[in-house]
Design a protein around this ligand. Structure first.
Ligand SMILES: Nc1ncnc2c1ncn2[C@@H]1O[C@H](COP(=O)(O)OP(=O)(O)O)[C@@H](O)[C@H]1O
Ligand SMILES: [Mg+2]
Length: 390
């Protein structure tokens, strides 16, 4: 692999020296410039000097006593140097800082104290990912499906949405994060590996290892199956971020079936996703729970990405959608009709309703997939070329 050029931004002089030694010690990267202040604006001389160094990677150290300035710097550098990858270095037991750094544009979050191995692994991941992006295009989009309460239909929505995305665009993965994974059952698959195997092997994960943990459905959808027993050792938040990043780099669309899981890890994944689909029914208890889940997931300031999916929907006199939106505190995106027989027998047979083409319920899920992808550049391009050939 070609040597990567690295710029180190760290206000602490000792940390700056340590990082330089570590970077140069990887032997795949070289420090080309160090910066002792956080750049404040595009016109700042510090920004100019960083730009002049044309780095492949920007290592930004987040000091625990000045998180805000570091975030602003990450945001600015990400804007001003779009071709460079930002790696944030910081404290891993602050999920909120990880989310803010990733949102500001960091593509890796590396623990402090950092080791040469941590950096080497991150550099290798970057080169591998860049090769794929050059070959196949952009990073994937992640859709996160959570229920208001157990039984609302999160797994049904996630499985059918993933199948619809796979059939329309290909390269789709389904990640089962539920406390007890049901997605494999819905798809009639018998996975050899699960999420637990993937997280245990994150330190040596690459594309081919990731693929070997996935279970392939006949139409091409790839499932990273959930646990079949409540987990004894939970993966750390950092491990979830890394897995999330691997999946988004490797697949075009990733659907997460979170079902009822509500912990720091699932909240982190929700906050890093493109869109969070909150699945609820139209009864009072369900909408009440939806509001609680919305508050929990939205606490970290990402409420605008939450969307309500009303499942088992039927028009009832006196029921208004605006009231449902108000009760849940989330804007309505989609309605899934109430079709108990079709859905429950499809689950029992392991043959999801999306596969029964030309039915109302199959159209409903392909419509949801279209809605979620309609602004995607390559999807638009495909529609345009189709139009031109007519
Ligand atoms: N649109 C629907 N109409 C009628 N019944 C449904 C619908 N969606 C799901 N169900 C039923 O609800 C049950 C729970 O759905 P599931 O997707 O497992 O929910 P969750 O993952 O939120 O716990 C399923 O077994 C299915 O029979
Ligand atoms: Mg479920």
């Amino acid at each position: 692999m070609a040597e990567l050029s690295v710029v180190i931004v760290a206000t602490d002089s000792e940390q700056r020296t340590v990082l330089q030694v570590l970077v140069d010690g990887t032997s795949v990267a070289r420090t080309v410039h160090t910066c002792a202040t956080f750049p404040l604006a595009a016109s700042d001389p510090a920004t100019r000097r960083v730009q002049a160094a044309v780095p492949d990677v920007l290592l930004v150290d987040i000091p625990s006593d000045n998180v805000t300035a570091a975030m602003r710097a990450i945001d600015l550098l990400h804007q001003e140097l779009p071709a460079s990858a930002v790696f944030a270095i910081g404290n891993l037991n602050q999920p909120q800082v990880i989310v803010s750094a990733m949102r500001a544009g960091a593509r890796e979050f590396i623990e402090r104290p950092t080791t040469t191995t941590d950096l080497l692994e991150a550099f290798v991941r970057l080169t591998t990912a860049q090769r794929r992006v050059q070959k196949e295009g952009l990073r994937g989009k992640v859709f996160f499906v959570v229920n208001a309460k157990g039984g609302s239909g999160a797994t049904t929505v996630a499985v059918n949405l993933a199948l619809a995305l796979q059939s329309a665009h290909g390269q789709t993965a389904l990640l089962d994060l539920a406390p007890l994974g049901h997605a494999a059952l819905h798809l009639n698959l018998k996975p050899l590996f699960t999420l637990a195997d993937a997280t245990r092997n994150l330190h040596r994960m690459d594309s081919s290892l990731l693929e070997s943990f996935m279970t392939r459905h006949s139409g091409g959808l790839q499932l990273l199956a959930g646990t079949n027993a409540p987990a004894v050792i939970e993966p750390s938040t950092a491990e979830f971020v890394r897995l999330f990043d691997m999946l988004a780099t490797h697949y075009r669309y990733v659907v997460v079936d979170n079902s009822s899981r509500l912990d720091a890890a699932s909240r982190l994944v929700a906050n890093l996703s493109e869109c969070v689909l909150l699945v609820a029914c139209t009864d009072v208890a369900s909408l009440w729970s939806a509001a609680r889940v919305q508050q929990y997931l939205g606490e970290t300031g990402n409420r605008e990405r939450l969307r309500l999916v009303l499942n088992r929907f039927r028009k009832v006199p006196g029921f208004s959608e605006a009231e449902a939106e108000n009760a849940a505190g989330v804007k309505l995106l989609w309605r899934v009709p109430n079709q108990y027989f079709a859905i429950s027998s499809a689950i029992d047979r392991g043959s999801p309703v999306t596969e029964q083409s030309h039915t109302e319920i199959a159209r409903c899920f392909s419509g949801l997939a279209n809605e979620l992808t309609r602004n995607d550049l390559d999807v638009k391009r495909a529609a345009w070329s189709l139009f031109k050939t007519v």
